[in-house]
Structures are given as structure tokens and as C-alpha cells.
Ligand binder design. Structure first.
Ligand code: 4AD
Ligand code: MG
Length: 476
């Protein structure tokens, strides 16, 4: 069916044409005015029906959530709040939505409630804005890399390697769980499984992306990743999407430059291309914050936060400097941190948030972490204690990017595998890129949902992915 998208009909220049629209009713007032939304934009089109021409039978079926199509002349609107409106000549109800049971009414629903109705929450202004922006960010990511000579690489989702160590994995098997084949030692005989060995869902495409980068030069992955940690937080999903660029001949500074430029580019893209949706989300946040205690409110509005990130360089500090700042901080001295602070700890979210939100008040790149708390593949620094790792932390979210320069020296890498108990036969293919034509290279992973949280101001990661997977939750 051919129809005109509402987005193209909202400016008064479009008036005068005969058009056909399709969409879902947001509101129906005075038996005469329909606010219709077709998903193309945050704005509704006002449809004006003539009571004498539209039968009562049809009018009774027009209610919030109903789908309909209408044809008429687009006129300049005399009313406030819109430039055009559709003077309806014919209208057809495509699907009714019983007001007694349709759950998405025009009142303010809580996000918790809407999560239970994830199949219908797209119908709200908030979620349609979030998911339009999610699309825009996906497009901008591919575009950013394409324009800079990167190649998109599809790395496997099912993996036979457990070397990454980024998190607990989900097992993939076709074995009959009620009747498992046993080996001589009494354990499960994995040679009888589909792949003839243990297989899992990937936690990252990085190791394979590195193989690609060592020939194609610049590659990136953009795929689903899976982590079975039982962490029920507002920033963790069991299934999330990650973008992982990997660049040959790049060091940690090149890596930081790329990550900073990339993030600023994406946020600028959102500001330029999704201004209506962002203006809506900005107002939404201001409304939400009125109910919060002063101390929990953002100092800057969503739009000001985004502009700030685009306009100001990120702070760059080492892990050792971060620890010094924490040890000299008021909350540390007053015993306000829940977790201890000393060189060698894994920074907790309360520490990261202090650095980003209270101390620097801007995105921070932390480098040179202790090798003990980072992955085996990160390049060892001269000091023998730290690795060329980098995490990027942003206000309100904490870690949004994790990356590093990779260990390209075969002997050092083999030694690291030993320290981390990674058998060489599990990762022989990775080691061979260090044996043949090795070169320095670096890359990082951006959590896509954390990016969407930052751009939209949504504070729960479950609200920026259509159908979240979290512990005890895989509905829809
Ligand atoms: O820091 P992580 O674990 O890094 C890696 O996986 C590397 N292989 C990346 C690389 O160097 N190519 O994860 C990268 C990012 C985090 O900074 C965070 O934004 C996001 O992925 N992330 C999650 N997002 C949602 N839910 C989870 N459970 C996440 N775990 C990590
Ligand atoms: Mg990390």
C-alpha cells in the first residue's frame, strides 16, 4: 500500500496536497481530532474529521492504539502546536484497540510497567524516540568506519575458544541434557557434541578481528555478544551489541584518538540528525528529575551534556594517577566509598563515577592498568607491572569503551598465556599472527547499549534494547 509518511507532511510547505496516511491513534478528542503517529517521527499528524461525514459506527472504533488509514487534503493548521493538519475525506479503521484492555493509554506509564509490555512499548513517544536514535547510531557507526577505510568483519557468534576471558559464557550444545554421553573419566563426552568439542556463545569478536586486521589493515565488528554473569544491574545485559574496531600499526595513543573522535562523531551525528527526538527526551528527563532529590539530578540537561562531550577533549590519565586522585578525595577520606582503594584494585563503579562525575566532570580515558586485572592479550609496558589498556568512562554510565594495544611479541604473549593458564593449543591460530608478519596493533570495544543510554539519557539498559535479556528474563 502506498502512503505518505507523516514526517514529510508536518511543515506548512507540504500543505495543499491530497495525501493518504497510515498510522496508530495516539489520542482522539472531541469526536473530531485524531493525533496519528506512524513511527516516522516523534510528531503526530492531526486528522480532522467531519462528524456528519464519518458514521458513528466508525467513530466508535477510533481509540488510542487503533490502526487506521485516511485520505484527505493537507491544510495549514489554524491550531497551535502544528503547522499542518489533514482534513479527512475518507477513513478506514484497519485494526481496533479495545480501550478496556489496550495497556498503552495516553497517561504516563512507568518504565517498569512498559518493560512488561515490551511488545507494545514501541507505541510510546519515549520508546519510539529511543529506537529511532538506536537505528541512527547503527547507521552512523557503519558510515564512520566505511568513510575511513575500515572493513566490516562478521566474526563468529558460536565460538570454540574460551580464551578471551571477558566473562562467563553460555554453552551451546545439541546433546540430550537428560541423557548425556559420558567419557571414561565419568565427565560429559564432548566429542559426541555437535562440534566435537565444547562450544559457547561469543563474549567478543576481538580475537578474530585481530586476525582480519593483520591483513585488511583496519576492520571492525558490530555484532551480538553474550555474557552469562549474574549481574542484575542497570548497565549489564546478558545479550548486548558491541562495536570492535581493530587497527594494524596503531598504538595506544592512536587507539585513544580513534575512540575519542568516534564517540564525538556519533554524538554530533545524533544532535544533527535526531534533534526532534532528542528535544523530546531532554524534556522527558527534566520532567523525571523533578521527582528526584537535588543531589541525584544531573548538573547539565541531556542536550547540554551531549554538546559538552562534542565540544571538549576527553581527560586522559593513567590508572596510577586515578588511584592517587581517589586516595586524596573527600569521599575516600571520609570513608564514604564502600570498596577499598589501593594500587592494584579493579576500579569499582563508585570510583569511576567519582572520577568522571565529581572530579573531572567530563569523559575520562584511563590507561596503563595493572596487568593482573586486565586480559592476557594486552601489551605489557616497560615497567613490567602495567599493560597498555584503556577504558573510557562517561558521566552517568561509567565504562562505555574498553580496549588496548595488543601484545604483538610472540615470546611475551606465550609467557602471558602461561600466566593466565591459557593452553597454547586453544589459541594456536592467534599466536601464529605473532609468528608470521607480526606488527603492533590496537583496538577497542564500544558497548552499543551503553552508547544509546548516554545519547538518550535513559538510565536503565533494559530500555535501550528492544527485547532485553537479563538473568531470569528472556520473554518476547
Ligand atoms: O571491556 P570489555 O569486556 O572489552 C572487550 O570485550 C574487548 N574484547 C574489547 C576490545 O578491545 N575489542 O567490553 C567492551 C564494552 C564495555 O566497555 C561496555 O561498554 C560493554 O562492552 N559491555 C557491556 N554492555 C552491556 N552489558 C554487559 N554485560 C557488558 N559488558 C561489557
Ligand atoms: Mg571492560
Amino acid at each position: 500500500m502506498k502512503y505518505d509518511v507523516i514526517k514529510s507532511l508536518l511543515k506548512k510547505e507540504a500543505a495543499g496536497r491530497t495525501v493518504t496516511v497510515c498510522g496508530w491513534v495516539r489520542t482522539f478528542r472531541n469526536d473530531q481530532f485524531i493525533a496519528l503517529n506512524d513511527g516516522s517521527s516523534i510528531s503526530n499528524l492531526q486528522l480532522v474529521i467531519n462528524r456528519d461525514e464519518v458514521s458513528e459506527d466508525v467513530r466508535k472504533k477510533i481509540s488510542t492504539g487503533a490502526a487506521l488509514t485516511a485520505t484527505g487534503i493537507l491544510a495549514e493548521s489554524k491550531g497551535q502546536g502544528q503547522e499542518t493538519e489533514l482534513i479527512v475525506s475518507t477513513i478506514e479503521i484497519l485494526g481496533e484497540a479495545d480501550p478496556e484492555t489496550f495497556p498503552i493509554q495516553m497517561k504516563r506509564h512507568s518504565l517498569d510497567f512498559l518493560r512488561e509490555k515490551a511488545h507494545l512499548r514501541f507505541r510510546t513517544s519515549t520508546f519510539s524516540a529511543v529506537f529511532r536514535i538506536r537505528h541512527g547510531m547503527s547507521y552512523a557507526i557503519h558510515n564512520y568506519f566505511h568513510e575511513r577505510g575500515f572493513f566490516n568483519m562478521h566474526t563468529p557468534i558460536i565460538t570454540g575458544s574460551d580464551a578471551e576471558g571477558a566473562g562467563e559464557m553460555f554453552r551451546v550444545t545439541t546433546l540430550d541434557l537428560e541423557n548425556l554421553p559420558k567419557n571414561e573419566a565419568g565427565g560429559v563426552d564432548v566429542s559426541k557434541d555437535f562440534f566435537g568439542k565444547e562450544a559457547n556463545l561469543t563474549v567478543s569478536g576481538q580475537l578474530e578481528a585481530e586476525l582480519g586486521a593483520m591483513a585488511l589493515g583496519k576492520v571492525y565488528t558490530f555484532g551480538p555478544t553474550f555474557r552469562a554473569e549474574n549481574s542484575n544491574t542497570s548497565r549489564h545485559l546478558a545479550e548486548f551489541w558491541m562495536i570492535e574496531p581493530e587497527v594494524a600499526f596503531a598504538d595506544i595513543v592512536d587507539n585513544m584518538d580513534l575512540a575519542e573522535d568516534f564517540l564525538q562523531h556519533l554524538i554530533r551525528f545524533a544532535l544533527e540528525n535526531y534533534s526532534d527526538d532528542l528535544a523530546f527526551l531532554n524534556e522527558r528527563e527534566i520532567g523525571e528529575e523533578k521527582n528526584k532529590p537535588e543531589a541525584e539530578r544531573n548538573e547539565l540537561s541531556l542536550l547540554d551534556r551531549l554538546k559538552f562531550v562534542v565540544e571538549n577533549p576527553f581527560e586522559r590519565i593513567t590508572y596510577t594517577e586515578a588511584i592517587d586522585i581517589l586516595l586524596n578525595s573527600k569521599p575516600y577520606k571520609k570513608g564514604k566509598f564502600k570498596y577499598p582503594v589501593s594500587w592494584g584494585i579493579d576500579l569499582q563503579s563508585e570510583h569511576e563515577r567519582f572520577l568522571v562525575e565529581k572530579h573531572f566532570k567530563k569523559p575520562v580515558i584511563i590507561t596503563n592498568y595493572p596487568s593482573k586485572i586486565k586480559a592476557f592479550y594486552m601489551r605489557s609496558n616497560e615497567d613490567g607491572e602495567t599493560v597498555a589498556a584503556m577504558d573510557i568512562l562517561v558521566p552517568g554510565i561509567g565504562e562505555i569503551i574498553g580496549g588496548s594495544q595488543r601484545e604483538e611479541r610472540l615470546d611475551v604473549l606465550i609467557e602471558k598465556c602461561k600466566q593466565f593458564n591459557i593452553p597454547e593449543e586453544h589459541i594456536w591460530w592467534y599466536l601464529e599472527t605473532r609468528k608470521y608478519g607480526t606488527a603492533k596493533h590496537a583496538g577497542f570495544g564500544l558497548g552499543f547499549e551503553r552508547l544509546i543510554m548516554f545519547v538518550t539519557g535513559m538510565t536503565n539498559i533494559r530500555d535501550v534494547i528492544p527485547f532485553p535479556r537479563t538473568p531470569l528474563n528472556a520473554e518476547f
